[in-house]
Design a protein around this ligand. Structure first.
Ligand SMILES: *Cc1c(COP(=O)(O)O)cnc(C)c1O
Length: 377
């Protein structure tokens, strides 16, 4: 079946109890045993729940995976996944990644004895050189936030696989509609489903998908042991969002590309960081690895004053962090999403005052461009 059909039907069907076409929310902590010493298919919601199972099966199908798991937040997903490693294990992490993942690694896992090393994984020789006998995992994110750099996932998987190193990809920015890391050889895909997969800015949640039965068993055990699973009501909302993922992504993609082209021609805009533009240094890789570009990208204006004027004179774009919802958002990494990074690190990474990130929603593109046109002065 094709993606659009799976989004609406995979893992879902009329409810076995009364034939409800839309699955009910199994808002229960516990399930009656069928007989003495005989639990039914579910016994306790931390370990498993029918509403959650539907979402897990649907997301697995969309990523081309066999096993799916959903979590209370994207960070709960990452924390659970990274808990498969132990003190003394060496982890290689792409050096340009979501700030929350960086904080989890540096503030929580490294102090417990995991060897966390940040490497620019665009440089495959640097990756090869960083691998040590105790290297157990490689964590990637592509495109990266907010600089829109890309990683070559199949090349990374090819280096890791013969060495038995587990590879991860945070696929939040594109969703499985535009990028399927498992097909490229990555072992585990992770999502903040808070973003495009739910798509309505009304849930925080996360997911992990794999094809490997051993890794799946580990994730299942950790999800239950750590108690990080997503609650039934949030699963229901996410499931509702998933059904329209393909049509939303197409609109996000076309709106964002049109705005990127418009910005590229604007005299106050000095650079547009969008992998769908010919000017993007990794445009060829984008075309090979992704089937679309999503709705989030960044651009630079001439200086911080122009940026400030822009951010304070918009009527449709909302000044807010996060991304992937139906409504358009705008933010300045310097003062918002990346403020927790020390100033010298932000400068070194060029997350400076002139940089703006937008999450283009699914409003009419003419209104969005008119809004930007009024505000960039
Ligand atoms: C938002 C985000 C996360 C964290 O997800 P939460 O749902 O906020 O916990 C992880 N990775 C990326 C790329 C994100 O954008």
């Amino acid at each position: 079946m094709k993606f659009e059909t799976l989004a609406i039907h995979a893992g879902q069907g009329p409810d076995p109890a009364y034939g409800a076409v839309m699955s009910p929310i199994y808002q229960t902590s516990t399930f009656a045993f069928q007989d003495y010493n005989q639990p039914g298919p579910f016994d306790y919601t931390r370990s498993g729940n029918p509403t959650r199972k539907q979402l897990e099966d649907c997301l697995a199908a969309l990523e081309g995976g066999k096993f799916g798991y959903v979590f209370a937040t994207g960070m709960a997903a990452s924390a659970t996944l990274l808990s498969m490693f132990n003190a003394g294990d060496h982890l290689i992490i792409h050096d340009d990644l979501y700030g929350g993942t960086y904080r989890l690694l540096v503030s929580v896992l490294a102090p417990k004895g995991m060897e966390v090393e940040f490497v620019n994984l665009r440089d495959l020789d640097a990756l090869r050189a960083a691998i040590k006998p105790n290297t157990k995992g490689i964590w990637t994110e592509t495109p990266t936030n907010p600089l829109m750099n890309l990683l070559d996932l199949s090349a990374i998987a090819e280096i890791a696989k013969p060495k038995g190193i587990v590879t991860f990809c945070d696929n939040t920015f594109l969703s499985p509609f535009y990028q399927r890391p498992l097909d490229l050889g990555i072992d585990i895909v992770m999502h903040s489903t808070t973003k495009y997969i739910n798509g309505h800015s009304d849930v925080v949640a996360g997911a992990a998908i794999t094809n490997d039965p051993e890794l799946s068993d580990k994730i299942k055990m950790l999800q239950n042991a750590m108690g990080t699973a997503q609650a039934p009501f949030d699963c229901f909302l996410t499931m509702r969002g998933v059904k329209t993922l393909p049509v939303r992504m197409e609109r996000h993609n076309s709106n964002a590309l049109a705005i990127a082209h418009w910005l590229e021609a604007h005299p106050k805009v000095t650079q547009v960081l969008h992998p769908g533009l010919e000017s993007h240094p990794q445009h060829e890789l984008a075309k090979r690895q992704m089937s679309g570009y999503g709705g989030t990208f960044s651009f630079r204006v001439t200086d911080g004053e122009v940026a400030k004027h822009l951010l304070t004179h918009l009527k449709i774009f909302v000044l807010a962090e996060s991304l992937g919802g139906v409504e358009s958002l705008i933010e300045q990494p310097w003062t918002m999403t990346h403020l927790s990074m020390p100033e010298d690190v932000r400068r070194k990474l060029t997350l400076t005052e002139d940089l703006i990130r937008i999450s283009v929603g699914i409003e009419h593109v003419d209104d969005l461009i008119a809004d930007l046109e009024e505000a960039i002065k």
